[in-house]
Design a protein around this ligand. Structure first.
Ligand SMILES: *Cc1c(COP(=O)(O)O)cnc(C)c1O
Length: 398
């Protein structure tokens, strides 16, 4: 009975019971190959033994204390995150949208601290997703998430990814504080930006003293086969970066990373959170980080992603009446569908395969990074069965 749950989710008729690796079982005992993975969150699959061990050990030691004390796990994870990236400092939160909120506040405080408080405008892009807080919905600007929630906040500008002239003009304005962009759009339908696009954006931001924020909540933590998606490209580093989803491998933990300079306005008292960086969250996230950042894990992710992509391109060629296009990067894969994507998700589920939806009528495959080659082949087999079902339905309707 969902009667007493706020009706904000469009839930699949599947009650979950347990998971192991890339597999999920419902309360009726049916087994599914899980290519949703908590929306790119369970990057190591369900109940990874190292994460279970870290969680249970910490559960018997210390859960939560508050950020009025030093938390050794935060210092250890921040050291790892900064050593692996452009960043010097980290703020820990619990959810992606909070890491975005911290990034937006960090950017405005930076200009304020540098004596330019008039720089408040944040440039965001159509098709992006940054979470559900007021800052995040205003930065992304998707009308279906802002409508009915009161006036749009001042200081947010929406552009399209393909309008280079408008972007250059907006960055050059003296009131612009920051640009926020996902290097691979997730919810928007697995759209990967090119290295040229990102390096040109980086260049323009540097020239005009505007901070560059990457939202790598979905594309980060190994999803594309590099620890972070922008690391595929030279000279495309941001000033601030949002990380969440896979950071805890399924445990709620998020981080906002920044250079020391970009974070120079974030002084004691201006920001904080109760749950962010708890000892329990840090213990799980440290275990997840060590496993995901392991070169073997990333190499496997690249390998299985290539294997899967090749098979999906084949599948699209066999079913051009069902699959229009294969896109995305690494294991953040989008299939642009001819039939309605939501209906296709239901058909795939009937064949024991779980996939996520996405913008532009996509279904997304976001399997765990440790998906085996046999499981990748199994996902394609089940997709082919779903394509056959679609064909049969269309033939029957004709
Ligand atoms: C999921 C997501 C968010 C929001 O994360 P929550 O944990 O749901 O708040 C923000 N940005 C991107 C790119 C995401 O995919």
């Amino acid at each position: 009975m969902t009667d007493h749950l706020m009706g904000v989710y469009n839930r699949a008729p599947l009650s979950v019971a347990r998971g192991q690796g890339a597999w999920l079982w419902d309360t009726e005992g049916r087994q599914y190959l899980d290519c949703v993975a908590g929306i790119a969150t369970n990057a190591l699959g369900h109940c990874h033994p190292k994460l279970v061990a870290a969680l249970t050990e910490q559960a018997n030691t210390l859960w939560h204390v508050s950020n009025i004390f030093r938390v050794p796990g935060q210092e250890a994870l921040a050291e790892r995150l900064t050593a692996a990236t452009f960043a010097d400092v980290v703020f820990f939160a619990s959810t992606g949208t909070e890491s975005v909120e911290c990034a937006l506040k960090t950017a405005r405080r930076y200009h304020y601290a540098k004596g330019a408080p008039e720089r408040i405008d944040v440039i965001g892009f159509a098709g992006s997703f940054h979470g559900r807080t007021y800052g995040a919905i205003n930065a992304a600007g998707n009308p279906s998430y802002t409508e009915g929630f009161g006036p749009r906040l001042p200081g947010y500008i929406q552009l399209t990814l393909d309008d280079a002239a408008a972007l250059a003009e907006a960055i050059a304005r003296p009131t612009t504080a920051a640009v926020i962009v996902e290097p691979v759009q997730g919810e928007g339908g697995a759209r990967a930006l090119t290295g040229e696009w990102l390096t040109e954006l980086r260049r323009l931001c540097t020239v005009h003293g505007v901070l560059l924020i990457y939202d790598e909540v979905q594309s980060g933590m190994g999803r594309t086969g590099r620890l972070f998606a922008h690391q595929w490209f030279e000279g495309a580093e941001p000033d601030i970066m949002c990380v969440a989803k896979a950071l805890g491998g399924g445990y709620p933990v998020a981080a906002c990373l920044a250079t020391a300079d970009a974070a120079s306005g974030m002084v004691a008292g201006v920001h904080g959170t109760t749950f962010g960086g708890s000892p329990l969250a840090m213990a799980v996230a440290l275990a997840a980080f060590d496993e995901i950042s392991n070169p073997n894990t990333l190499a496997h992710a690249r390998d299985v992603a290539e294997d899967l992509r090749r098979q999906l391109i084949d599948l699209a060629a066999r079913y051009p009446d069902v699959i229009q296009d294969v896109r995305g990067k690494g294991l953040l894969i989008g299939l642009r569908m001819i039939p309605n994507n939501r209906e296709f998700m239901g058909i795939a589920r009937d064949h024991g395969l779980l996939v996520a939806g996405g913008g532009e009528n996509c279904v997304r495959l976001l399997p765990p990074l440790n998906l085996s080659h046999a499981e990748a082949a199994e996902a394609v087999t089940r997709l082919a069965l779903a394509c056959e079902t679609v064909r049969a339905q269309v033939a029957q309707a004709a």
